[in-house]
Design a protein around this ligand. Structure first.
Ligand code: PGA
Length: 259
C-alpha cells in the first residue's frame, strides 16, 4: 500500500545513540518496502547529525526523510528557545509538523498554526497541519470545533503551494498514554471526509480530494493496516509505536505488503 508515514518522536529518546538506533531500524524496513515515504521527526537537537549520517533515501519508490515537530511562528527575531524555519531547512529537513495538540495545549492558536504552515510552505518544505477535536460528544458539536480548526489553521495560500500541504487528523482523545482508544477506521473515514468538505469550501473540490490526509492517535502494529485500508487516509502520524525498535519496522513492512 502506498503510504506516507510520519514518526513523531516527541521528547524521546533521551540519547543520540538511541535515536540513531531507531533510525537505523526504521531505515532498514523502508529499504525493503516499496511505496513507503517515511518521515522521521526526532527532537531537533538530534536532527543535523541524523540527516548527515542517515541522509535522505530516495530510490525505487522508497523514501526516507526528516521533519521537525514545530517551528517558531516568525521567521526571525529574539525568541529564546525557539527554532526558525530557515534553521530547519538548513539542517536538511523537508517536513514541518504544525499545530500538534501537545503544542496547542501550551497556548498555540489556529492563527499561529497557519502562520507556521505558511512559513514552511514558503521555505519549500511540506507543512503537516494537525487538527483534531478534544472530545467526541454524541451531539456532534465536535464537528464545529474541527471545522473552525481546519478553516483557521490551514493558511489561505496561493495555488503553487497546494501540493506541499498535508493535513493530519489527530483526535486528542486518541493520542498518547492517556488515550481512551484509537479512533476506529469508520470514525476516521467519516471525519476525514468531513475535513475534506471543509477544505473544499475553502479552496476547490479538486484540491480537497487530492490533499493527503493522515490519521494519528494510538496507531500501532496491530491496527495500522486497517486504519489505512478502511479509514480512507493516505498515511499515518505515529507517536509511541514509532520508537519501538522491534515492532515499528514490522509495522512498515506490513503496510508495504498490504494490498
Ligand atoms: P501516539 O501519538 O501514536 O503515541 O498516540 C500520536 C501523535 O501524537 O501524533
Amino acid at each position: 500500500m502506498k503510504s506516507l508515514l510520519i514518526a513523531n518522536w516527541k521528547m524521546d529518546p533521551q540519547t543520540y545513540d538511541e535515536a540513531a538506533r531507531v533510525v537505523r531500524a526504521t531505515r532498514g524496513a523502508v529499504e525493503e518496502s516499496r511505496g513507503i515515504t517515511m518521515v522521521i521527526c526526532p527532537p531537533a537537537i538530534f536532527l543535523r547529525e541524523l540527516v548527515k549520517k542517515y541522509g535522505t533515501l530516495r530510490s525505487n519508490g522508497k523514501r526516507l526523510s526528516f521533519g521537525v515537530q514545530n517551528i517558531f511562528a516568525e521567521r526571525v527575531g529574539a525568541a529564546t528557545g525557539e527554532l526558525s524555519v530557515d534553521m530547519a531547512h538548513n539542517a536538511g529537513v523537508e517536513y514541518v509538523l504544525v499545530g500538534h495538540s501537545e503544542r496547542r495545549k501550551f497556548g498555540e492558536t489556529n492563527t499561529d498554526v497557519a502562520k507556521k504552515a505558511m512559513l514552511a510552505l514558503k521555505a519549500g518544505m511540506f507543512a503537516v497541519v494537525c487538527v483534531g477535536e478534544s472530545v467526541r460528544d454524541e451531539q456532534g458539536t465536535y464537528l464545529k470545533e474541527l471545522e473552525r480548526q481546519v478553516q483557521e489553521s490551514i493558511p489561505q495560500m496561493p495555488r503553487r503551494y497546494y501540493d506541499r500541504l498535508i493535513v493530519a487528523y489527530e483526535p486528542v482523545w486518541a493520542i498518547g498514554e492517556s488515550a481512551v482508544r484509537s479512533a476506529t477506521p469508520h470514525e476516521i473515514f467519516e471525519t476525514t471526509l468531513y475535513i475534506r468538505k471543509v477544505i473544499a469550501s475553502m479552496f476547490t473540490k479538486e484540491f480537497a480530494f487530492k490533499v493527503p490526509v493522515l490519521y494519528g492517535g494510538s496507531v500501532d502494529a496491530v491496527n495500522a493496516v486497517a486504519v489505512l485500508s478502511e479509514g480512507g487516509v493516505e498515511g499515518l502520524l505515529i507517536g509511541r509505536a514509532s520508537l519501538q525498535e522491534k515492532t515499528f519496522p514490522e509495522l512498515i513492512v506490513s503496510i508495504a505488503n498490504a494490498k
